[in-house]
Design a protein around this ligand. Sequence first.
Ligand SMILES: [Zn+2]
Length: 124
Amino acid sequence: MNAEYVALSFFKSHSIHYHFKRPIITFPCPSCCQEAKMDVKNTVWACVECGDQGTLYTLIQLMEQDNVSKRILQNSKIYNPKEEIVLIRSRFEHLISKHGSSVEKLYKKVNQLIEYYQIERRPH
Ligand SMILES: [Zn+2]
């Protein structure tokens, strides 16, 4: 079993909200519930916000021994832009089917704005 498989299994089996874009797993920091990022190659993680850090082993220990951290890990949700965009698009499609072209114009404007920021944020 490789580290990536073990790490993903850990998040899944403990119902911890995460998203994975190889080689990084983003999940809620056990100290401050902001975004922490783990490299699956060595399972080393760090929180961007509070600087807390550790490995997968640290997280396993926290789940077993620290109820506060366990609660934060299992009850926090991190923002996943990919999930959000799918949700927003499906809600727009539902609204367009009900209300027609006025909503469709708004939908096009929102899509333009999203594309604008996607291009802005791309590294040069
Ligand atoms: Zn933190």
